[in-house]
Design a protein around this ligand. Structure first.
Ligand SMILES: [Zn+2]
Length: 336
């Protein structure tokens, strides 16, 4: 079951839920909200949960029943009083805001309230943002807007100022790990995927379900073979091609930054999986090696930006070039 769709509550979001419910129960729920938090911190899961509580016909002990028709419609994504707007392509466009205006002007069909969710709000283009602002200035009755964003600084200031802000911090690692294990991950997969997701639990769960732990291990083994001279860059690239270019680069970046922290700042290795690589590099580490690690980090970041910006990069060629950089590390390690 997809936790982000199920409306299940996330343990670290109780303070936010309490705040919205108190506001709702007092009859003074502000009509526009800006939820701020990193990707994967659970903002969308939260608003689904809150929306479910408002729309459920027979909530019990603070829980939606999960079985009434409203709950079922919401779970299916077809509730007539719930509108989720996500980018078509890369932007939230004016036509989508027009859809929201039509939606807001209709009478609520079932529960008496309507919810409009925009995710991510930063994707609003200028026309769409202005149209939304007009609507927020004269809010339609019984309609609540939830703008979900990672970088509120990118939003129109006038739009921002119309919204009540609610922050969704990334939970403490221990809380996130416990939740991931409750969701069925092993301890080591949970730790690895949480690191890959930079601490965002829902992102970590999504990565785990995409096989990120096994993918990361495969990438490390490939690098190991490459640096030991058991593999060529061409073979290495072929071995990692099906990970997807973005993931293959992300895994390298993750491994590299953990190695850098260890070699440069003498911090313990964040991921035990990196020990073989670290042992290969550390005995001969020197300024030349650190410089090359930093250069490789820049190459990886540039390749990542390019891979995200275009869909037509040849993954094999990109990976071959990056693996060739790793090979140079080995020669740097050999002659500090
Ligand atoms: Zn229900």
């Amino acid at each position: 079951m997809d936790v982000s769709l199920s409306g299940a509550s996330l343990p670290w979001q109780q303070p936010q839920l309490d705040r919205l419910l108190a506001s709702w129960n007092s009859g003074r729920l502000p009509h526009a909200w800006l939820f701020v938090g990193s990707a994967g911190s659970g903002k969308l899961a939260f608003i689904r949960r809150f929306g479910n509580l408002l729309l459920c016909r027979q909530p019990h002990a603070g829980q939606p029943c999960g079985t009434c028709q409203d709950c079922r419609l919401l779970l299916a994504g077809t509730h007539p009083d719930w509108l989720l707007l996500q980018p078509e392509g890369k932007q939230l466009k004016i036509d989508q805001i027009r859809e929201a205006i039509d939606f807001a002007q209709n009478t609520a069909q079932r529960a008496g309230v309507k919810l409009i969710v925009l995710q991510p709000a930063e994707a609003l283009n200028a026309n769409a943002a202005n149209a939304l602002l007009k609507m927020l200035e004269e809010p339609p009755p019984s309609t609540y807007f939830f703008l979900l964003g990672e970088q509120p600084g990118l939003l129109l200031p006038t739009l921002r100022s119309r919204c009540q802000r609610l922050v969704f911090a990334t939970p403490a690692a221990a809380t996130a790990l416990e939740w991931l294990q409750t969701a069925g991950l092993s301890g080591s997969d949970a730790a690895l995927c949480l690191t890959l997701a930079r601490g965002a639990p829902l992102q970590a769960l999504a990565l785990a379900r995409q096989g990120a732990a096994a993918g990361f291990q495969r990438l490390l083994q490939t690098l190991q073979a490459l640096l030991e001279g058991r593999s060529t860059v061409v073979q290495a690239a072929r071995h990692c091609e099906d990970l997807g270019i973005a993931a293959a680069i992300d895994y390298q970046l993750l491994g590299l930054s953990a190695l850098l922290l260890n070699l440069q700042a003498a911090q313990p290795l964040a991921l035990s999986e990196l020990q073989p690589l670290q042992q290969q590099l550390q005995p001969r580490s020197g300024l030349g090696l650190l410089r090359r690690l930093h250069t490789l980090q820049q190459h990886l970041q540039a390749a990542r930006r390019l891979a995200l910006a275009t869909n037509n990069a040849n993954p094999l060629l990109v990976l071959e070039a990056l693996f060739a950089d790793w090979c140079q590390l080995a020669s740097a390690a050999a002659s500090p």
